[in-house]
Design a protein around this ligand. Structure first.
Ligand code: HEC
Ligand code: HEC
Ligand code: HEC
Ligand code: HEC
Ligand code: HEC
Ligand code: HEC
Ligand code: HEC
Ligand code: HEC
Ligand code: HEC
Ligand code: HEC
Length: 316
């Protein structure tokens, strides 16, 4: 417990620092979810000694191969904004000022080498541009960050195997490498078709973390992400089935996959219902809700199980 909370404290210090530094330069709210535009970095640039920056063309003289790859990558765009501070442009936006490194004929100790730094430090570097106001805004509080998973576990600026988003591997394989139980769930007979490419992990989760547990995304109004695609379940209904709204979809369904049809948590529908409804004490006056075969298929009669505008017992 105490070890855990000191970890949290440790991580939150650089995070607070980051937020403050970044907020100071950030005057207009971010539109959309994409990566930052080069122009935004000018304002957020720290006041560094610009004489220590040599520019990417100088790096090219010794690192031509890397340079040529980078020139075709999205990070090349940082050079488009000529007004941005040199600390926000080109190679040195990530590797820091290069003058001493060049003077030393390529002295590795005089430049930021990612491999020599902790995940917290490397992620912080990326977050100096991709933090506040972006998809990555909650990264520092995410389950990934607090489990020591950093940007470079999933991304590689120079050696990306998957060019879109500079990923080290395509999804969902990237995720399955660490999440074996998710892999098993999506292999079950009834599953959201992520492996088939119909949905992505990213539709429901933000791998960079969100404001809510399990790195789940929400609808803009804060509702469960499930409604984004299953709009007919949203209502509002005249007669709500209480748990749909209070405990959420996952009280009856598994979100990834299940051995039961309709991704239900239990194989027999009546057993699902009986977790909350007890008979005969709570049974209806009408038909005796004994567990004779007749009444086992509850949703044969209670068809509108997610809510109804016509029937308080969800008959239609
Ligand atoms: C977006 C941040 C970023 C930018 C911009 C960037 N690098 Fe890197 N660089 C990295 C990271 C991260 C690594 C660690 C390897 C990896 O994950 O790709 C790295 C590794 C390297 C290495 C070590 C050798 C290798 O192949 O991994 C060299 C050399 C290097 N970068 C040079 C450059 C040069 C030259 C430029 C400009 C043309 C540049 N970098 C631009 C982030 C960046
Ligand atoms: C004069 C040639 C020269 C220039 C110019 C130069 N480098 Fe280097 N750089 C080297 C050499 C040589 C090494 C390898 C040093 C070693 O392996 O000990 C190196 C190593 C590096 C590394 C570490 C690679 C590793 O093995 O992890 C990085 C990162 C790097 N350079 C980035 C840059 C950046 C960014 C620039 C431009 C600001 C730059 N270099 C300009 C010669 C140069
Ligand atoms: C667990 C894996 C993972 C980690 C860790 C991770 N990312 Fe990503 N990132 C992804 C995936 C997957 C996508 C592609 C999302 C998509 O398909 O839309 C992505 C997309 C992005 C994008 C482009 C899309 C956008 O909307 O912003 C940026 C920029 C980015 N990541 C930056 C970062 C930075 C910076 C870090 C570290 C602070 C980081 N990522 C950590 C997996 C990861
Ligand atoms: C100097 C600011 C800056 C830094 C530092 C920086 N980035 Fe970026 N990043 C950008 C810009 C600008 C783009 C391009 C945005 C666009 O295309 O609109 C970008 C794009 C990306 C993308 C999206 C690629 C795509 O295909 O859309 C990823 C992923 C990404 N960066 C990851 C990283 C990682 C990982 C680091 C740290 C190693 C990092 N960035 C450091 C400015 C930065
Ligand atoms: C390098 C290993 C690694 C990779 C790759 C990875 N994760 Fe994770 N992920 C973890 C660890 C470690 C945790 C925290 C422990 C846990 O909950 O399993 C975590 C936590 C999570 C959580 C939150 C779980 C919770 O209980 O709060 C989600 C959601 C998640 N990852 C989704 C993804 C997605 C989606 C991808 C692919 C884009 C991905 N992960 C890639 C290691 C990884
Ligand atoms: C249809 C939406 C959806 C998709 C797609 C999805 N998830 Fe989830 N995931 C959820 C929900 C909802 C939870 C929370 C479950 C709960 O609270 O019981 C969750 C939980 C998790 C957890 C926490 C541990 C667990 O199993 O409960 C991890 C890790 C995770 N998801 C990883 C992934 C990965 C990796 C992918 C892609 C291969 C993925 N998810 C795709 C909705 C989704
Ligand atoms: C990005 C869109 C998307 C999101 C978000 C989403 N779903 Fe789905 N869901 C689908 C699609 C598409 C299907 C149909 C799959 C098929 O035919 O293979 C489906 C099927 C289902 C089914 C099975 C339906 C049947 O007839 O067997 C259930 C149950 C379900 N989803 C529940 C959920 C829950 C719970 C959530 C939130 C955790 C959720 N879905 C989030 C797209 C989505
Ligand atoms: C009280 C339990 C319960 C809750 C909560 C619940 N469902 Fe269901 N859901 C069921 C049952 C039972 C079925 C199967 C009905 C049948 O086969 O007749 C089902 C079927 C489905 C289906 C497939 C058939 C159809 O009606 O389209 C989808 C999709 C679905 N649910 C999505 C959701 C979503 C999204 C949520 C959250 C908004 C949710 N469910 C919440 C019990 C529940
Ligand atoms: C997670 C708990 C939970 C599950 C599972 C569940 N229910 Fe409910 N259900 C409730 C609650 C709570 C109410 C509101 C009860 C009340 O107001 O007395 C309710 C209300 C109802 C009502 C409306 C009648 C009334 O008393 O207001 C019917 C009919 C009903 N449920 C049928 C079902 C059926 C059929 C299933 C299985 C498919 C099911 N329920 C599964 C919790 C649950
Ligand atoms: C053959 C049709 C049928 C089946 C199958 C059935 N019910 Fe009902 N259910 C009814 C009728 C009829 C009522 C009473 C409506 C009334 O009194 O107005 C009712 C009422 C209810 C109520 C409301 C209780 C109350 O006191 O108002 C609940 C809860 C309920 N059923 C749950 C279930 C569950 C759980 C199952 C499966 C184990 C199930 N039903 C199976 C027809 C059915």
């Amino acid at each position: 417990m105490s070890a855990n909370s000191s970890r949290v404290l440790l991580f939150s210090i650089p995070f607070i620092f980051l937020v403050v530094v970044h907020a100071a330069g950030q005057t207009s709210p971010q539109s959309g979810k994409g990566a930052p535009s080069p122009a935004e970095h000018a304002a957020a640039a720290p006041s560094a000694d610009s004489s220590k920056y040599v520019g990417s063309d100088t790096c090219k003289t010794c690192h031509e191969e890397i340079y040529n790859g980078w020139e075709k990558s999205p990070h090349w765009k940082t050079t488009l904004n000529k007004d941005a501070a040199p600390s926000k442009q080109g190679c040195e936006a990530c590797h820091g000022p290069g003058a001493d490194h060049v003077e030393g004929g390529g002295d590795k100790t005089k430049i930021f080498v990612f491999a020599d730094h902790s995940r917290q430090e490397t992620s912080a570097r990326c977050l100096s541009c991709h933090g506040e106001g972006h998809e990555q805004a909650h990264f520092s509080e995410s389950a990934h960050s607090s489990s020591n998973v950093g940007c470079l576990d999933c991304h590689s600026p120079h050696h990306a195997k998957e060019k879109p988003y500079l990923l080290v591997q395509s999804t969902p394989q990237l995720c399955y490498g660490c999440h074996t139980s998710a892999k098993a769930d999506f292999a079950k007979p009834y599953h959201h078709r992520v492996n088939e490419g119909l949905l992505q992990c990213n539709d429901c989760h933000n791998p960079h973390g969100t404001a809510i547990p399990t790195q789940l995304r929400t609808m803009p109004n804060g509702d469960a992400i499930c409604y984004k695609c299953h709009v007919d379940k949203q209502g509002p209904f005249v007669y709500e089935h209480v748990p749909v709204k209070t405990e959420g979809c996952v009280s009856c369904h598994t979100p990834h996959g299940s051995t039961n049809p309709r991704f239900l948590r239990v194989s027999l529908v009546n057993m699902l219902c009986l977790q909350c409804h007890t008979f005969p004490t709570q049974g209806p006056a009408g038909p005796a809700h004994n567990q004779s075969a007749k009444y086992q298929a509850c949703t044969m009669c209670h068809v509108a199980i997610h809510g109804s505008n016509f029937s308080n017992v969800f008959f239609k």
